[in-house]
Design a protein around this ligand. Structure first.
Ligand SMILES: NC(=O)c1ccc[n+]([C@@H]2O[C@H](COP(=O)([O-])OP(=O)(O)OC[C@H]3O[C@@H](n4cnc5c(N)ncnc54)[C@H](OP(=O)(O)O)[C@@H]3O)[C@@H](O)[C@H]2O)c1
Length: 232
């Protein structure tokens, strides 16, 4: 999901490199068609913040691919804001985009995964879910909640051989970061690894979580951040 650029696109490319057949989605029809063509994936146009869109996209992907083994839940980040500046409408919009799209996609994917007794669900969140980042109130709070969902759900579906994990990006150099005018040199000084990560760094771990080898890893929130998070 959310894969016409950035982390989603890199994950799609990593999965294809491992031999997976992949469907990708995003809002911009032209861009998703071009990227689908470039990667050799199925492209689906959708706005995940619209009620019911996430479940429709999963159903369409399953139909086009002939089933679904791996679901990567990912979408655009909510706007930066502090508590005082967020209206009720702003909270609801972020909830639809970040939370209900995850719920809808997972709900649509589970019956098939249960029937085949195999599945991988990976939810892209953020290090902000674990250590709040100033001015990212929506991301800090809603994504922390998603980690609760991931862990609780993992217990409910583990006996169906379905794993559910959250993957937290730190600072990965995607178009989003470029648009946010993040100063790469300055940001690198705050990262123990001494550099901003690449989308490929992140995608490699997602591909591992999607693999057979990761079949006993579930309910976790794992960061790919070059050592940024301080907590144990
Ligand atoms: N990059 C980082 O360092 C970093 C760090 C922490 C967290 N994150 C989080 O990780 C996620 C991916 O980040 P990114 O850097 O790859 O973002 P990005 O470069 O902005 O890419 C987002 C992708 O999702 C699609 N998308 C956005 N809103 C959508 C919607 N409502 N419905 C369907 N598709 C949608 C976009 O295409 P369209 O615009 O065409 O829809 C695009 O393909 C975001 O939630 C971000 O907040 C990223």
């Amino acid at each position: 999901m959310g894969a016409s650029r950035g982390l989603g696109k890199a994950i799609a490319a990593a999965l294809i490199a491992e031999g997976a057949e992949v469907a990708i989605c995003a809002r911009n029809a032209e861009r998703i068609a071009a990227v689908a063509n470039q990667l050799g994936a199925e492209g689906i146009v959708c706005d995940l913040s619209v009620d019911g869109a996430a479940s429709r996209v999963v159903a369409e992907a399953s139909a086009r691919l002939g089933g679904l083994d791996i679901l990567v839940v990912n979408t655009g980040g909510p706007p930066a804001a502090t508590f005082d500046s967020i209206t009720d409408a702003g909270w609801r919009q972020a909830f639809e985009g970040l939370w209900m799209s995850a719920v809808g996609a997972i709900r649509a994917a589970l019956p098939g995964m249960r029937a085949q007794q195999h599945g991988r669900i990976i939810v892209v969140t953020s290090i902000a879910a674990k250590e709040p980042v100033p001015n990212l109130m929506l991301s800090n709070s809603l994504r922390a909640g998603l980690h609760g969902l991931v862990n609780a759900l993992s217990k409910e579906v583990a006996s169906d051989q379905i794993t559910v994990n959250a993957l937290m990006p730190g600072y990965q150099l995607t178009e989003r970061l470029i648009e946010l005018n993040v100063d790469e040199t300055k940001a690198s000084t705050t990262i123990p690894a001494g550099r901003i990560g690449t989308p490929e760094d992140f995608a490699a771990f997602a591909a591992f979580l999607a693999s057979r080898q990761a079949n006993y890893v579930t309910g976790q929130a794992i960061c790919v951040d070059g050592g940024v998070l301080q907590s144990i």
